[in-house]
Design a protein around this ligand. Structure first.
Ligand code: NAI
Length: 307
């Protein structure tokens, strides 16, 4: 078992603090050349300073690694292109993209200004889309790419006061699921993490008692693994932090046909809810086509396919 990065170039967005800083430093310590992107704003994504990215670049260089800074916001197509172009201009290419930049603007949905909803979609979802769009053709052409989306348990499972954040975070999983269909055959692999770490974003909700084990480095081990030359995983979602690692998966139950070929009634649905929601034989699917095929097979087996 070994982990290697053969002359690889990584872009880590939002790498001026917290998790991104840790991912950038861990990758650089393994010999990966890193673009440290960060606009240097506050936790809501407002304001900006080149200091955040510059400081991390300085730390990497001091430790003997190679890194350059980029200060663009991920939340525009031009920003995404500039970020990837920084990798190309300085290191000749891009092999690894960690879509990590993020902000929070928490409020109950009743009180949320919709500008704060779209602002989060712009950074978390569209930021990842813009950066991936710019890196994707380069990765397909060289037949090597490792992309990591930063999702969240708030999106996977829900969280009060986070409708904007949860929507953006789960949409990244949908983006990943569709992308893996287009990248896998060219060794361009896409995975997602749902991290748990004590950073400026979470310091108000995390217990300080857990601080020693909540360091971002506990998460970066998974990110670095997912980006290694040897890693052939794609489409994984992994909850990680504090030394805890667990795969998360979307599964579908065995299901049931109602109405015997006729249109089922709402009363049929009510009467059969236990069977509809039975997850005892639940399984995952690799893509949407597999779900349709499984349903057709079941129809055939039950003699329900129209002749
Ligand atoms: P952080 O606030 O320390 O880091 C986020 C970084 O992204 C900041 O340096 C910020 O300046 C940068 N950023 C924000 N908007 C940007 C933009 N438009 N363009 C470029 N950079 C931008 O927070 P943390 O915790 O390190 O968060 C990193 C990622 O992990 C985020 O996507 C966050 O949503 C996600 N996450 C974190 C969790 C945690 O437990 N810390 C839990 C689940 C997800």
């Amino acid at each position: 078992m070994s982990i290697s990065y053969d002359d690889r170039v990584a872009v880590v967005t939002g790498a001026g603090s917290g998790l991104g800083r840790s991912h950038a430093k861990v990758l650089a310590s393994k010999g990966v050349k890193v673009v440290v992107n960060d606009l240097g704003g506050n936790v809501a994504g407002e304001g900006g300073s080149s200091r955040a990215a510059d400081d991390v670049v300085e730390e990497i260089i001091q430790a003997g690694g190679e890194a350059v800074a980029n200060y663009d916001s991920v939340a525009s197509q031009e920003g995404g292109q500039n970020i990837i172009q920084t990798a190309v201009d300085n290191f000749g290419s891009v092999d690894i993209l960690i879509n990590n930049a993020g902000n929070v603007r928490d409020k109950s949905f009743a009180k949320m200004d919709l500008d704060n909803f779209t602002a989060l979609m712009d950074v978390h979802l569209m930021g990842a889309v813009y950066c991936t769009k710019a890196a994707w053709p380069l990765m397909l052409e060289k037949q090597f790419g490792r992309v990591v989306m930063t999702s969240s348990s708030a999106g996977l499972f829900g969280s009060h006061g986070h409708t904007n954040y949860a929507s953006a975070k789960l949409s990244l999983v949908g983006f990943m699921h569709a992308l893996i269909q287009e990248g896998s055959r060219k060794n361009v692999l896409v995975n997602s993490i749902a991290p748990m770490a004590l950073t400026r974003m979470t310091e108000e909700v995390m217990s300080p008692k857990l601080a020693p084990m909540m360091q971002p480095e506990f998460v970066s081990a998974m990110v670095a693994f997912l980006c290694a030359d040897e890693c052939d995983l794609s489409g994984q979602i992994v909850e990680c932090g504090m030394g805890y690692f667990s795969k998360v998966q979307i599964v579908e139950g065995a299901g049931v046909f109602l109405g015997n070929g006729d249109v089922p009634s709402p009363e049929d649905v009510q009467a059969n809810w236990d069977a509809i929601s039975d997850m005892s034989e639940a399984k995952p699917y690799r893509h949407a086509g597999q779900v349709s095929r499984a349903v057709f097979h079941k129809m055939k087996a039950e003699g329900l396919l129209p002749q």
